[in-house]
Write a protein that binds this ligand. Structure first.
Ligand code: IMP
Ligand code: MG
Length: 179
């Protein structure tokens, strides 16, 4: 499917479906080697990571459990002084797991830094982060993912789970959103 046939805001496909799938297969193989014989809990951050999680977990060839968290980010600070509020928490006692967080995009870094700080306090056996996309030029806090599948320039992208006002998550590729 060409980008143009979707709607007028989708004119440039940045990362085609096939490229995403190939990169995920490599990441899955790498993750399977790192966590072989370890209790792995893959944690997706809703909503953006649901498409990535679905493909990533199926590219992993070792036993693992999957779970989701939903957080709300604040551009400034919340009333409690936290940059994120947990809207839906994990049910697992993560002290029994090696936790791998899967997120759609690492932008300013505020969300993932806050989420990792929260989860570290629960003493997982280990904690790592994998993101589909990384926009390093936008970083506002000191945070890096352990694995990012694609590094992109400072452009607003949609598709493959990423949204603009709730839309475009269902696009099977990553596209630049053209206002
Ligand atoms: P951070 O806390 O700034 O790193 O925010 C990351 C979150 O911002 C992601 O989970 C996305 O929901 C959102 N975001 C950042 N850049 C984009 C983009 O280009 N398209 C869609 N959502 C984005
Ligand atoms: Mg998100």
């Amino acid at each position: 499917m060409s980008g143009k046939s979707f709607d007028r805001h989708i004119q440039e496909i940045l990362i085609p479906t096939q490229t995403i799938q190939e990169r995920i297969q490599d990441a899955g193989a790498q993750i399977s080697r790192i966590y072989a014989d370890k209790p792995l809990l893959l944690v997706g951050i809703l909503n953006g990571a649901f498409v990535f999680m679905a493909d990533l977990c199926r590219s992993i060839s070792i036993p693992c459990e999957t779970a989701f968290m939903r957080v709300r980010s604040y551009s400034g600070m919340s009333s409690q002084g936290n940059p994120v509020e947990i809207l839906m928490d994990l049910e697992q006692d993560i002290s029994r797991y090696h936790v791998l967080i899967a997120e759609d995009i690492l932008d300013t870094g505020r969300t993932l830094r806050a989420v990792t700080e929260i989860l570290k306090e629960r003493h997982p056996l280990s904690l790592r982060v994998v993101t589909l996309l990384d926009k390093p030029s936008r970083r506002a806090v000191d945070f890096e993912a352990d694995m990012s599948l694609f590094t992109i320039a400072d452009r607003f992208v949609v598709g493959y789970g990423l949204d603009y006002n709730g839309s475009y998550r269902n696009l099977p590729y990553v596209a630049v959103y053209t206002p």
